[in-house]
Design a protein around this ligand. Structure first.
Ligand SMILES: *Cc1c(COP(=O)(O)O)cnc(C)c1O
Length: 307
């Protein structure tokens, strides 16, 4: 398991490549939710999501050790982040995307200087191809969440939150494969264990919820939740034990609640966030956090939506 020291190192390693994003506050949401509501604005992060933190940590270390070529298997935020950091470091990236992925996503990857290779429609097809390409070029495959350097990179968000809002009581985090929340859990629980960390999943992508209940990693069938960054079918082998050890609570939200929350944040807070981010706001707005009069930080994990 990673420790706070790994996250402190990650912070130094990635400082030149990422923004320290602001914390926003909403009086209206505070009134609705019965807590003081703050938002860690990773939708304003470079490449439009927090994924650049973990990707920078992993790719920078690899580049220092001589790697000149990296691959990833994601048309979404992770693929964009890997393409972006590779170019910053002057190394090549090939991103393996599904044949049916949106033109806008592929264009974003190309704009960051990444090469695209299309392969199948499922991650079961893309993953082996991305690994194979890395091997062929004597390069490195960059996984999206189940990796100590990726988890430590995402954990830097936890350090920033504790500094930016010293009297934080609870942090609310979306869960996909669990890289983001396992990093944040490590940062927070090993420094200020009284701060609650609450995870949120779409009710149709409840693989981590089921895994915690069953006390073992449990896979779910493919889902079509609007929160496309949270569609992973099971938690990671490295991320899951961290959640088992530290997570205070996990709540589920519906696609309808996610859409309402995304709209609310756009209309009232003037912030464009993607559905995978909106799950945290949805949980708060619908009274699912089970806390009152607390200082709550919802992590807004990304803002990449096809307008
Ligand atoms: C990847 C992603 C998540 C989920 O992160 P995991 O580390 O897979 O749990 C949440 N929100 C956005 C916007 C993402 O891109």
């Amino acid at each position: 398991m990673i420790i706070v020291h790994d996250i402190l190192q990650a912070r130094e390693n990635i400082a030149d490549y990422i923004h320290e994003t602001p914390i926003l506050h909403s009086s209206q949401l505070s009134e609705i939710c019965g807590n003081e509501m703050y938002f860690k604005a990773e939708h304003l992060q470079k490449t439009g999501s927090f994924k650049i933190r973990g990707a920078s940590n992993k790719v920078r270390k690899a580049a220092r050790e001589g790697t000149t070529y990296v691959t990833a298997a994601s048309s979404g935020n992770h693929g964009q982040a890997v393409a972006y950091i590779a170019r910053q470091l002057g190394i090549q990236a090939t991103i393996v995307t599904p044949v049916d992925s949106a033109e806008s996503k592929k264009n974003a990857i190309k704009a960051y200087g990444g090469k695209i290779e299309e392969c199948g429609t499922t991650s079961a097809e893309r993953l082996p191809r991305a690994k194979e390409l890395a091997d062929e070029h004597n390069g490195m495959f960059i996984p999206p969440y189940d990796d100590p350097l990726i988890m430590a990179g995402q954990g830097t968000i936890g350090l920033e939150i504790m500094e930016q809002l010293e009297d934080v009581d609870a942090v609310v985090v979306p869960i996909g494969g669990g890289g983001l929340i396992s990093g944040i859990l490590t940062a927070i629980k090993q420094t200020k264990p009284k701060v609650k960390v609450i995870g949120v999943e779409p009710d149709t992508a409840n693989d981590t919820f089921l895994s915690l209940k069953n006390k073992k990693i449990t896979a779910i069938p493919a889902t079509t939740t609007i929160a496309d960054g949270l569609r992973t079918s099971q938690p990671g082998h490295m991320t899951f034990p961290v959640l088992q050890k530290f997570l205070d609570d996990l709540v589920l939200v519906s696609d309808e609640e996610i859409k309402q929350a995304q709209k609310f944040v756009l209309e009232r807070m003037k912030q464009l966030i993607e559905p995978s981010s909106a799950v945290t706001v949805a949980a708060a707005m619908n009274g699912k956090l089970g806390i009152n009069d607390n200082n709550v930080v919802c992590v807004l994990s990304g803002g990449n939506v096809d307008v």
